[in-house]
Write a protein that binds this ligand. Structure first.
Ligand SMILES: C[S@@+](CC[C@H](N)C(=O)[O-])C[C@H]1O[C@@H](n2cnc3c(N)ncnc32)[C@H](O)[C@@H]1O
Length: 343
């Protein structure tokens, strides 16, 4: 299927990978929707995004990623934070993504989509929420080149061909799905023979424990998204200058290092961006906005289920025909990579 660079192709090349989640019947991309063979419309296409779901359950994610659409993009911050997380968690080099077909599930605003596309991959990016619209807006060029396709879809009903993707990537998502083990198995179905599954999940463990978050969540989850965002903005604006000064005094190892860890864990907001600022990687304003986004992300999600490392590793080993090639504890919690046997 050829098209002129600069024009959107009528039918995106990557749409050949769309299929009915149950029957695996191929689905066809037409002007206003995605259709099955019998002519039934399975998803409307709105602003170039095929919408297989319209459920508002994860709407706070839609709000956060549309309001803070570029906050965590490396191209916006001038850092390599997203790229480094991808290469560290996956154990791959950027070059390993070149020419690969990637399914990205729970893409959010697309901080990893940007890295994947920049590395030369073709990416089908899905998200349950309207976040995927923010992602599409950020990647118009790759879409015109036929290397990106966007859909609203559920990890439990992936509208794609089974065993068709070189890499399936799902970062920052499993804990928010309500049934992470089942989600893991659904993702695994999409991995091609010889292909890789890349996942992570929040961890239960001293280094990753955030007591304030789990103490406050029963209350914050009941606030509407807009009220929560207002409360988060006010808290972050109040706390950040104090945290900055405190953590500024706690640089170095030994007792100071331990005290720094304690401040990081005890804070009711995300202080990771403050640390990036102290390391000279983010300016203060970007750190403030990033902390607002991350803090909203701590308190808004309906589901948040962290997991012990051992249990995470067991889940990866349980994937049929899989070889666990990486399983680590990292900043995000647990991360791993599983390769499907060549057959
Ligand atoms: C914390 S965000 C992470 C976004 C992105 N991967 C990142 O790291 O920046 C979690 C994302 O998972 C999506 N999500 C949650 N449940 C999902 C589901 N059942 N199917 C697909 N996506 C889901 C949310 O809409 C949200 O955008």
């Amino acid at each position: 299927m050829s098209h002129q660079p600069g024009n959107l192709p009528d039918v995106p090349e990557l749409s050949v990978l769309l299929a009915d989640p149950r029957t695996q019947e191929p689905l066809q991309w037409r002007g206003d929707g995605v259709y099955d063979r019998s002519g039934r419309r399975r998803a409307p296409i709105a602003d170039g995004v095929a919408e297989f779901v319209s459920d508002p359950t994860q709407d706070h994610f839609g709000l956060q990623w549309n309001r803070f659409a570029r906050t965590q993009f490396d191209s916006h911050t001038g850092t390599t934070v997203s790229r480094d997380r991808l290469t560290h968690q996956s154990g791959l080099r950027l070059a390993d993504f070149a020419g690969r077909t990637v399914l990205e599930v729970g893409c959010g605003a697309g901080r990893f989509t940007e890295v994947l596309l920049g590395a030369g991959a073709s990416v089908v990016s899905l998200d349950f929420s309207s976040a995927v619209h923010a992602n599409r807006s950020a990647h118009a060029l790759a879409e015109r080149e036929g290397r990106a396709l966007f859909a609203r879809a559920d990890v439990f009903e992936l509208p794609v061909r089974r065993r068709a993707f070189d890499i399936v990537l799902c970062y920052g998502v499993l804990q928010h799905t309500g049934a992470p083990r089942r989600a893991l198995r659904c993702l695994w179905e999409a991995v091609a023979p010889g292909g890789l599954l890349l996942v992570d999940r929040y961890r239960i463990g001293l280094r990753n424990t955030v007591p304030a978050k789990y103490a406050l969540r029963p209350l914050t989850r009941r606030l509407g998204s807009e009220r929560l965002l207002t409360a988060v903005r006010a808290s972050v604006d109040t706390l950040l200058p104090h945290e900055l000064s405190l953590l500024g005094h706690l640089q170095g190892g030994g007792v100071r290092g331990l005290a720094r860890l304690a401040v990081n864990r005890a804070a009711p907001n995300s202080v990771y961006p403050v640390n990036l600022h102290l390391a000279g990687r983010l300016d203060y304003e970007t750190a403030r906005i990033w902390s607002t986004l991350d803090t909203f992300d701590m308190y808004g999600p309906r589901y948040d289920s962290p997991q012990r490392f051992r249990s995470f590793r067991r889940d990866l080993h349980a994937l049929e025909d899989g070889d666990v090639v990486r399983c680590i504890i990292c900043g995000q919690g647990n991360a791993g990579a599983v390769r499907r046997a060549h057959r």
